[in-house]
Design a protein around this ligand. Structure first.
Ligand SMILES: [Zn+2]
Length: 438
């Protein structure tokens, strides 16, 4: 991905740097060749040359680009699960995925971790983004997911004779699990996404208290993946599935819904990050019935919502790491709504806006293994910035209002927002800044 050349001064805004530190009013950020060289009070800013461009934040918020830590680029706002793998051919889903990636970037998400994709579309989408063929978040790819035969993701009945080829690799036993990971190694993924447990979506045989993989299968996945320098995560709702994942050495947990004291202790001991992806549950309860969702499924989502909210609160209060991501890509929870997750964590779960922003930036970058490059607005990091008109800490809902975004930047290049495609004034020509060079 190309970075900017030259110097840019972002000024006249409040800096929310993503570390969780208190916001800094009247701040400036100086970007040189795509990298942040100064972030702090404007008064102490480093000198900038006369040809530096100036981005006036209009008294708004200067913050890191957001990280969507559970992103399904190939989910195209489906109302029925089976649409995910049989409604369209892979060629068309690839184009839909590119459109979703563009939308995510326009929504202020400058990085994302895939939580599973049709075939390995996300591997190639990542390459297209890196090559600047299409715009989108810096992506970590996971390709096809792994699930036990008969588990949550094995929904096509045998009489259809189509298996689950595009979406999941189905395993029976540790040997199959190793073989599945080896396929993914060849596909070029960075993350192996598994299904240790079921979900409220499948109340008959794979509900949220059901296990969909054995410990032996999960352990074989981790050993094989780690040998090839891949990371492992899993859809973990049931308490025993969470513990299996932690014992097997998972690098992160998705959802971490029903945590008991022992699971929480194990999690904290290993410092394993969790991505709750929880607004999905509320969206299911509120919007699902109108889209044909049964009462049993809605009841299961209600239990998941309450369990997941309590677990997220306990993890945060105990000093654990949480990422923000949301399983967007269903009819009741469509792409583009990503930042609803953040408002939901403030309004419903009870986090402070600064806590949520830290989860959605710094912690997200840590989960991606890229905290040295992105996730905070600090000297030496890439200038992946989001500049918003208004005070985001006072009103987290502003992050859902794309028309209030002045700039979404990757490596100092403005990709979206009001300033995108416009040439910025230089220091020399911006009269209001005369005398800025002290
Ligand atoms: Zn997911």
């Amino acid at each position: 991905m190309k970075t900017a050349t030259g110097t840019m001064l972002v000024r006249n805004g409040t800096l929310v740097d993503g570390t969780g530190r208190a916001p800094i009013p009247r701040a400036a950020v100086v970007v040189r060749d795509g990298t942040i060289v100064y972030a702090g009070a404007e008064q102490g800013a480093v000198d900038v040359p006369p040809d530096a461009t100036v981005l006036d934040a209009r008294g708004g918020t200067i913050m890191p680009g957001l990280v969507e830590a559970h992103f399904h680029p190939t989910y195209f706002n489906v109302a029925a699960l089976e649409d995910l793998d049989i409604k369209y051919p892979v060629e068309y889903v690839t184009l839909l995925a590119a459109a979703n990636a563009r939308l995510a970037l326009e929504c202020g998400y400058t990085a994302a971790r895939s939580g599973g994709s049709l075939f390995n579309i996300d591997v190639w989408l990542k390459k297209a983004i890196e090559e600047d063929l299409v715009i989108g978040p810096r992506l970590a790819a996971s390709g096809r997911e792994i699930c036990g035969v008969g588990g949550l993701m094995d929904w096509n009945p045998d009489f259809r004779k189509i298996g689950m080829e595009g979406l999941v690799l189905l395993v029976n036993g540790a040997d199959d699990a190793r073989a599945a990971v080896r396929k993914l190694v060849k596909d070029g993924v960075e993350w192996v996404k598994t299904y240790p447990t079921g979900d409220a979506a499948a109340p008959d045989a794979n509900d949220h208290h059901t296990l969909c993989m054995t410990f032996e299968e999960m352990h074989a996945v981790v050993a094989t993946a780690h040998n090839h320098n891949l990371k492992v995560t899993g859809h973990c709702r049931a308490t025993e599935g969470i513990k299996n994942a932690l014992r097997a050495g998972y690098d992160t947990l998705e959802h971490g819904t029903f945590m008991d004291d022992e699971a929480l202790d194990m999690l904290l001991e290993r410092n394993t990050p969790v991505v709750p992806a929880l607004y999905f549950e509320l969206a299911s309860i509120e919007n699902g019935p109108g889209m044909g969702m049964s009462q049993r499924v809605v009841d299961g989502h209600r239990e998941t919502l309450e369990g997941g909210a309590e677990s997220a609160r306990r993890i945060l209060r105990a000093g654990g790491t949480l990422g923000m991501g949301g399983d967007y890509g269903f009819a009741w929870n469509p792409h583009g709504d990503y930042a609803r997750e953040l408002q939901f964590f403030v309004d419903y779960v009870g986090f402070t806006p600064l806590e949520v922003i830290t989860c959605a930036t710094k912690s997200g970058a840590e989960i991606l293994g890229r905290a040295h490059e992105i996730g905070t607005v600090e000297q030496g990091k890439l200038a992946d910035l989001l500049i918003v008109e208004g005070d985001v800490v006072a009103d987290i809902a502003l992050l859902q209002k794309r028309d209030r975004f002045l700039a979404v930047m990757q490596g100092g290049v403005i990709k979206s927002g009001q300033c995108a495609g416009k040439s910025l004034e230089s220091i020399a020509s911006a009269s209001s800044l005369a005398g800025h060079r002290s």
